[in-house]
Design a protein around this ligand. Structure first.
Ligand SMILES: C[S@@+](CC[C@H](N)C(=O)[O-])C[C@H]1O[C@@H](n2cnc3c(N)ncnc32)[C@H](O)[C@@H]1O
Length: 489
């Protein structure tokens, strides 16, 4: 009998097999896989190659094995220190994003720029700025070309707002001039994000209010007192997070742009893949519940030009964010003028307006359920149930949290429930390869005392409100899933 293959070798073999798969596909198609040192260009052949399903599958398995290999090879004490101090990476990231380092380095070009020059443009201490960029470079965000000379790389360039650095620095100046707005509250300059792909807004939101809130989450859990969320504690605000945003319009603009980033961060089809909007009958009505600035409602209306879309949100969001956005963009304005799309102030805890009663083909909810604890989630879905016709569908787009073990039988039977079968010794949820869904879950806990849900939790919640899951569409590389429900029989 030969020596059994070591655990290290099993992991290394998974990496090699999957890198071989990617290399072979790259060779066949004549497209190189991008290196970490190249700049991100979503439209390039190389980046498009990385999100082809076969390539993505292989890269997820290799990522899972590689991170497990690192966690095994690195001394456990150092793995623990990394985990315990991960928040410093968030601090460094906020410093560089709000000081426009990415834009300054884009303007500097491939030779990069010395940190003293970056700091003098920004007006901050060059030592801590340099240490921030170096810490990030150590985590593969930016490159240090020679001592203290930095340049963008594939990850940092993704944050690029596309604006001139002078604009970002102008916003920083206004932010400083306005002074602090109270405990933990940043004087956010919302206009800085308009016209961007939203990624800088998302990174700032994560590293500012989410990070500050998360620091208070353990105290809440340990005291078992959920009367105030971690967000309310961090920002010393008694109302809801949405009320806070309405009082602080810069934050409102930032979170709405951060929502757009979720569309741009990953292959976009992933959000809309699955439900066949084109198959709806002409004049069918789709209601985008809590549609925010209507970015998804717009995509649906584009995909199925013969249907009608109603984008609903809180009155103030419709007035101050959604309507100006749709009036400013010609394609969207045309849809409003033709009557294909309607923007409507509507609280989703209230009864749907009479013009929609029993008239809706699909209620669409993207990133809504995860904002609410289950009790409120059930109330929202019950209101939609009350307005539903017998054939109305409910399409929920949210992240489905994978168990770290295989799905139980009752769930495995739902069409589309299992995505990738991970083989031993990999974790069933692919570990690091699906880490984003677990961090978003904690974001929801910190901001809203809410959560991302496993498929089992979704099943229980929708059934309590009178719906039943028919099918789940999942996409490798995107924890966003579409859960299609019909009225429970
Ligand atoms: C996480 S955002 C999602 C926005 C949008 N669906 C998307 O995916 O881009 C949540 C949305 O819910 C809206 N919202 C919060 N409370 C609401 C309520 N009671 N009625 C209607 N909309 C509400 C917020 O204004 C915000 O636009």
């Amino acid at each position: 009998m030969g020596t059994p293959t070591s655990n290290l070798r099993l992991l290394a073999n998974i990496i090699l097999e999957n890198v071989d798969t990617i290399d072979k596909l790259a060779k066949e198609q004549g497209v190189p896989y991008p290196t970490i040192d190249t700049l991100y260009n979503g439209g390039s052949q190389s980046e498009k190659f990385t999100i082809q399903p076969k390539v993505l599958n292989a890269s997820l398995l290799a990522t899972s094995a590689a991170s497990q290999l690192i966690a095994t090879l690195k001394l456990p004490g150092l793995v623990l220190l990394d985990r315990a101090n991960a928040f410093h990476v968030s601090s460094a990231l906020r410093i560089v994003v709000e000081t426009g380092v990415v834009e300054i380095l884009r303007e500097a070009g491939p030779k990069g720029l010395h940190v003293a020059d970056i700091a003098s443009k920004v007006g901050v201490d060059s030592t801590i700025l340099g240490r921030s960029i170096r810490m990030l470079a150590t985590h593969y965000v930016f490159r240090e070309l020679e001592p203290n000379v930095f340049a963008n790389n594939r990850v940092s360039s993704l944050i690029d707002s596309g604006k001139a650095s002078a604009g970002i620095l102008g916003s920083l100046r206004k932010q400083r001039e306005g002074g602090t707005k109270g405990h933990g509250v940043t004087n956010v300059q919302g206009d800085k994000y308009t016209g961007t792909n939203g990624i800088s807004a998302l990174v700032e939101q994560c590293t500012d209010e989410v990070f500050k809130s998360s620091a208070h989450l353990p105290d809440i859990v340990l005291s078992n007192d959920y009367s105030k969320s971690a967000f309310q504690t961090a920002l010393q605000f008694d109302g809801s997070m949405w009320e806070f945003f309405e009082k602080n319009p810069g934050y409102l603009q930032r979170i709405q742009m951060a929502m757009v980033a979720w569309t741009n961060l990953r292959p976009h089809q992933a959000n809309l893949k699955g439900f066949e909007w084109e198959q709806l009958q002409p004049n069918s009505v789709v209601v985008d519940i809590g549609g925010g600035n209507g970015s998804e409602g717009f995509e649906i209306a584009k995909r199925a030009p013969k249907i009608k879309v109603v984008v609903q949100d809180r009155e103030q969001t419709i007035q101050s964010v959604t309507t100006p956005t749709w009036n400013a963009e010609p394609d969207k304005k045309k849809m409003l003028e033709s009557g294909q799309v309607k923007l409507e102030g509507q609280d989703f805890f209230e009864k749907q307006p009479s013009h929609l009663d029993k008239q809706v083909s699909v209620f669409f909810l993207r990133l809504i359920m995860h904002d609410w604890p289950t009790k409120e989630g059930v109330k929202i879905l019950q209101k939609l149930h009350e307005a539903a016709a017998p054939t109305t569908k409910l399409v929920i787009v949210d992240q489905v949290v994978p168990y770290a073990c295989p799905n139980p039988k009752a769930l495995a039977q739902i069409e589309g429930a299992t995505l990738i079968k991970a083989t031993s010794p990999l974790l069933a949820n692919l570990g690091e390869a699906s880490s984003d869904v677990y961090t978003t879950d904690f974001t929801m806990a910190a901001l809203l005392n809410s959560q991302e849900r496993t498929l089992g939790e979704f099943k229980e919640m929708v059934e309590e409100a009178g719906w039943a899951i028919e099918k789940v569409y999942q996409t490798a590389g995107s924890s966003f899933s579409q859960i299609v429900c019909a009225l429970k029989q």
